[in-house]
Write a protein that binds this ligand. Sequence first.
Ligand SMILES: Nc1nc2c(c(=O)[nH]1)N[C@H]1C(S)=C(S)[C@@H](COP(=O)(O)O)O[C@H]1N2
Ligand SMILES: [Mo]
Length: 345
Amino acid sequence: MARKNRFTPGILQRAPWHVVDNQVTPESVFNDRRNIIKALGLGALGASLPGQVQAGIFDLFGEQKAKNPFTTQSLNYSTPRQFVLPDVKTPEDKVTRHNNFYEFGTGKSDPYDNAQGFNVDPWTLVIDGLVDKPITLDLQALTKRFALEERTYRLRCVEAWSMVVPWVGFSLATLLKDAGVKSNATHVAFETLFDPEQMPGQKSRLMGGGIHYPYVEGLTIAEAMNELPFLAVGLYGKTLPPQNGAPIRLVVPWKYGFKSIKSVVRIRVMDKQPPTSWNQLASNEYGFYANVNPEVDHPRWSQASERSIGEGGLFSAKRIPTQMFNGYGDFVADLYKNMDLRKFY
Ligand SMILES: Nc1nc2c(c(=O)[nH]1)N[C@H]1C(S)=C(S)[C@@H](COP(=O)(O)O)O[C@H]1N2
Ligand SMILES: [Mo]
């Protein structure tokens, strides 16, 4: 968006940070706040109170920010050379403050702002369906059962921005092999926690971006058994913060970011293609496969290039060309050998 349009002309020229805050907050939520302040009889005075005081008022509704940031722990892991990227890593504070996690709101800073109080203990991740031995992992087991490794992956959002993130975790294939995938399996389904008390976006259609919760995703069995899909339990050497999908999330680096489902509670091996959240919402825009492909545009924007978050300044992020399969063709191109990628987008 053009910089000259960022400031509303008028009698009251607001400070730039005020406008920025307004812009990253979805309209609906912003209006809710004002209406609540009005209802409290605070009127214009309430609306002009400093942000922290406003946040305090919202604590009355159990809706706003936790006082203390979520705490993370350092992890032990190896760093296989195969998954070290030459790319410049996106700074940690960008990775943890520019997020898509609609369960906590649709604005890019909403997940950071609204998820700090997220409670992941206790947690249960169930791996079941067409497997020989279903597995249940509790919070401890997520970081203890498998040897952890660090993998730096490119993350390409369908909205045409990207990051380079050093994740810590283990491969999905390792977990599935442990469970023993039955021979009639064709797909793997994933499901995010459903907990509207903790995830305000699951309570309100507007705040949750219209998604039908719980957020669900899926892969074919061949994709899932490829060595790239990663179950991340950390980033930058520490356990995941909630806005990035604590305590465990999938990372599928050759697909658009919406496939990389966060805060996973169930992985189910199936014999049919499972429904997936963005495809359910708008199937003409978001397919099941969602492979990064600079030649197949999204109906409303080009996928030929991307804005690299963290490279360049706030208003001048660097634009770089998008690579086929996000640069992971050597690992995955074979999976799609005989497939029309325009049809199966
Ligand atoms: N449960 C859940 N998982 C999700 C999302 C979401 O809204 N809910 N957003 C997806 C999208 S669109 C992207 S681009 C990535 C962003 O991951 P990040 O915030 O860690 O960069 O998470 C994906 N996983
Ligand atoms: Mo995304």
